[in-house]
Ligand binder design. Structure first.
Ligand SMILES: Cc1ncc(COP(=O)(O)O)c(C=O)c1O
Length: 465
């Protein structure tokens, strides 16, 4: 049996990588010169690279390997499914058992009347589906002009043209004619960066009211939906003040706006409930799912919609779909992942064991001289780096300089922790034990101490004017 194994020295792998492989979200020129780290295998919460270094993965891959690496059950299911039915589509009056079983399982797990799943290969595709779904829904209800989707600056909803348009990442919008028309952005509920003199609770309400102001400005008859992550992930693990979501729900209800919860990161246990919507107390009409659905072992995502939406769009031909919608191998892997999540009570483990254990330690990071706020919900957390806690100051250096420097210290200490500007974030595998958490925190403190020493030595511990 042939497998892809590492048979070349690291330098040769890096040279081939630089010569032929364009990396996502990377400056490929400088990456090629530096040489990408080559990951060769993984088990539990640790990765191994081509030099044999053991790296603690505090990002669960890209927020997805929720059950941890190396679960044979998923490999066995994939092999079995590939032998039985490796591929078939669900387009032309056909279906197959893995798609049926997975859709039914998701309907059982999803809150409220979210009982219908349209499959995709990931979160970006699913959010593109959502654009089509909500516009089709209102058109079928005789309101084709109700087609504007409101989102938030600094949101991340994917990287296809449609989903990047929903997202609010300035760097992405600067490339390639994004956003598409009829997408409108309001400000994010990031109190640390934007709260000024307001209390977090006042600020939460003020930011939610921006949705109401936008609806009134654009016209209720024009606004189809509001999309948001229950906790902004890629934007820096921004956890809204408690006052934010009840106000958002009130506004969506009042103006008859569909609420789309992008659960790509928050779904399947990350926040200590099955879905982030449950954690923040909202009742979405649509949920976007991906990542934790299969713990990243196979590419699969989808849109989970309410009974009413399913009924309305069923009246017309929905001219949309992907070759890999409901891919049988990915669906079988996802089902097995959900079985493990349920039978091993991993969501309970997050809520009752891992998250409470991590919370105390995480919040204590706010005492570190380089750290301002330290925020956490379930197993996703962030710290804001600052030269001056009291004034919530930004650094005088180019935004992201200190975060990048800190990220490099983590990397050197065999810890995968990501930076978003000058925030540092984690989203580790949900199966982390208290011992894993102790080890992660030790590496975080070491990295922060080293970063502080470097920042101080370089004279960068200065606040922006
Ligand atoms: C909230 C959210 N939505 C959508 C996406 C896009 O998912 P994918 O990369 O699977 O297309 C991501 C990816 O990080 C995400 O975090």
């Amino acid at each position: 049996m042939s497998t892809i194994t590492n048979h070349l020295p690291t330098s040769e792998l890096q040279a081939l990588d630089a010569a032929h492989h364009l990396h996502p979200f990377s400056a490929n020129g400088s990456l090629g010169l530096e040489g990408a780290r080559v990951i060769t295998r993984a088990s539990g919460v640790y990765l191994t690279d081509s030099e044999g270094e053991k790296i603690l993965d505090a990002m669960a891959g890209l927020w997805c390997v929720n059950i941890g690496y190396g679960r044979d059950e998923l490999a066995d299911v994939a092999a079995r499914q590939m032998r039985e039915l490796p591929y078939y589509n669900t387009f032309f009056k056909t279906t197959h058992v893995p798609a049926i079983a997975l859709a039914a399982k998701i309907a059982e797990l999803a809150p409220g009347d979210l009982n219908h799943v349209f499959f995709a290969a990931g979160g970006s595709e699913a959010n593109d589906t959502n654009i089509r779904l909500v516009r089709t829904y209102w058109a079928e209800k005789g309101q084709p002009d109700k087609n504007i989707i409101i989102s938030r600056h600094n949101a991340y909803h994917g990287s296809s043209v449609g989903s990047a348009s929903l997202g609010g990442m300035a760097g992405m919008h600067a490339q390639g004619g994004i956003p598409i028309p009829n997408v409108h952005h309001i400000n994010e509920p990031n109190w640390w960066a934007g709260g000024g003199d307001m209390t977090p609770e006042e600020f939460g309400v003020a930011r939610a009211r921006e949705l109401e102001e936008a609806i009134l400005e654009l016209g209720e008859h024009r606004v189809a939906a509001f999309i948001a992550e229950p906790v902004q992930g890629a934007g820096g693990v921004i956890i809204a003040p408690d006052s934010y979501w009840p106000e958002i729900q009130r506004i969506c209800d009042k103006y008859d706006i569909l609420l789309i919860a992008d659960e790509v990161i928050c779904g399947f246990g990350r926040t200590g409930n099955w879905f982030g919507s449950e954690t923040v107390g909202i009742r979405p009409h649509i949920m976007t799912i991906a990542k934790g659905l299969s713990s990243g072992y196979a590419p699969i995502g989808g849109s989970v919609v309410s009974d009413e939406i399913a009924e309305v769009i069923s009246g017309t031909e929905f001219n949309h779909g992907y070759t890999y919608s409901g891919h049988p191998v990915a669906a079988a892997v996802a089902l097995e992942n959900l079985r493990i999540l349920e039978e091993e009570k991993i969501v309970d483990h997050v809520r009752d064991v891992a998250a409470p254990y991590l919370k105390d330690k995480w919040e204590a990071l706010a005492d570190h001289p380089l750290v301002g706020e330290a925020r956490i919900v379930g197993m996703m957390a962030s710290i804001a780096l600052t030269p001056d806690k009291a004034s919530r100051a930004k650094f005088a250096s180019e935004p992201g300089t200190i975060g990048y420097l800190c990220r490099d210290r983590c990397f050197a200490n065999n810890l995968i922790m990501r930076h978003v500007g000058d925030r540092m974030i984690i989203a580790p595998p949900l199966v982390m034990t208290p011992e894993d958490i102790d080890e992660m925190m030790a590496r975080i403190y070491k990295s922060l101490d080293e970063a502080l020493a470097e920042v101080t030595e370089k004279g960068l511990m200065k606040a922006a004017a």
